[in-house]
Write a protein that binds this ligand. Structure first.
Ligand SMILES: Nc1ncnc2c1ncn2[C@@H]1O[C@H](COP(=O)(O)OP(=O)(O)OP(=O)(O)O)[C@@H](O)[C@H]1O
Length: 278
């Protein structure tokens, strides 16, 4: 059953007065970022989204999350049209975005707190999530007393605390070192294996995209559309050493094959059209 249906999404930004970009050699104050995106995502699926810089991955995620309105087309979540942030949807950004004045525990409790869930219940949920992420004992630490990896674990735990049916993740591990990143990929898969929420995860890393996904969605260069969707039939549960397997290598070659032309196009685009020239 489809949980999310993206139907012919277009998104054009009107730039501020005095700003323009050059598209196909023409100066314009309107920039089309997404141009006809179709996508159907099944309940419980793990989707990763890759594409060249500027292909509109974050904008698409924002539209699916109800944070940005599409210029035309629509998104349905369980058959309902999305026009504003939905309480069933959780969001994790690249930057940890924790409340610095709240402890790890209180950060995770926040989502349930605003919904009026009783203190004892929300504390129990937050403690459970902290222990799932190996952070038992860190309840009372403030974000600046935690490493980057720990902060991002807390941010994911916070998003999961409201029991989201959809989790949108925008390059959540991009700021982390490689070892922490791979560790968190493994943890995320383990937890997703338990809760089976639907995940859409944006990344620049082909390896990350393959390791996590049921399907990798490859976007074209701007204006972004779906270029190809690649099934990742690697067995689950997946351990880190799967990255060295022949099957993984084949997927890596396949994704890069689809992506390469688009990255080249995007680079040409940017050389010709520096964004926001004055
Ligand atoms: N509010 C806005 N006003 C004007 N242009 C915008 C706005 N938000 C995004 N854009 C433009 O939309 C394009 C796509 O941005 P987006 O961040 O979605 O790309 P992306 O694929 O996520 O890129 P990256 O991989 O570099 O993060 C970019 O050219 C960006 O400058």
């Amino acid at each position: 059953m489809d949980r999310i249906v993206v139907n012919d999404i277009k998104k054009t930004f009107q730039l501020k007065p005095g700003q323009f970009v050059t598209v196909d050699g023409e100066a314009t104050d309107r920039v089309t970022v997404l141009d006809g995106v179709y996508l159907a995502i099944r309940k419980g699926e793990f989707i990763t989204l890759v594409g060249p810089s500027g292909s509109g991955k974050s904008v698409l995620l924002d539209i699916i999350g109800g944070l940005t309105q599409a210029t035309s087309g629509g998104v349905q979540l369980d058959g309902r049209r999305i026009s504003k942030p939905d309480p069933k949807t959780g969001y994790v950004f690249q930057q940890y975005a924790l409340f610095p004045w709240r402890t790890a525990l209180a950060n995770i409790e926040y989502a349930q707190e605003v919904r009026g869930v009783a203190k004892s219940e929300r504390t129990a949920t937050a403690r459970h999530l902290l222990s799932l992420f190996g952070l038992a004992g860190f309840e009372d630490r403030f974000p600046n007393q935690l490493s980057g990896g720990m902060q991002q674990r807390v941010a994911i735990a916070r998003a999961l605390a409201s029991n989201p049916e959809v989790l949108l993740m925008d390059e959540p591990f991009a700021a982390l070192d490689q070892q922490t990143r791979e560790l968190l990929q493994g943890e995320l898969l383990r937890i997703w294996g338990e809760i089976k929420t639907t995940v859409i995860f944006v990344t620049h890393s082909i390896d990350e995209a393959i390791f996590l996904a049921d399907r990798v969605v490859v976007m074209t260069a701007r204006p972004g559309t779906v270029k190809e969707i690649i099934d990742i039939d690697l067995p689950r549960p997946r351990e880190g050493d799967i990255r060295a397997s022949d099957a993984f290598n084949n997927h890596r070659a396949r994704v890069w094959d689809v992506l390469r032309d688009e990255v080249n196009k995007a680079q040409k685009d940017w050389t010709l059209s520096p964004a926001f020239s004055h």
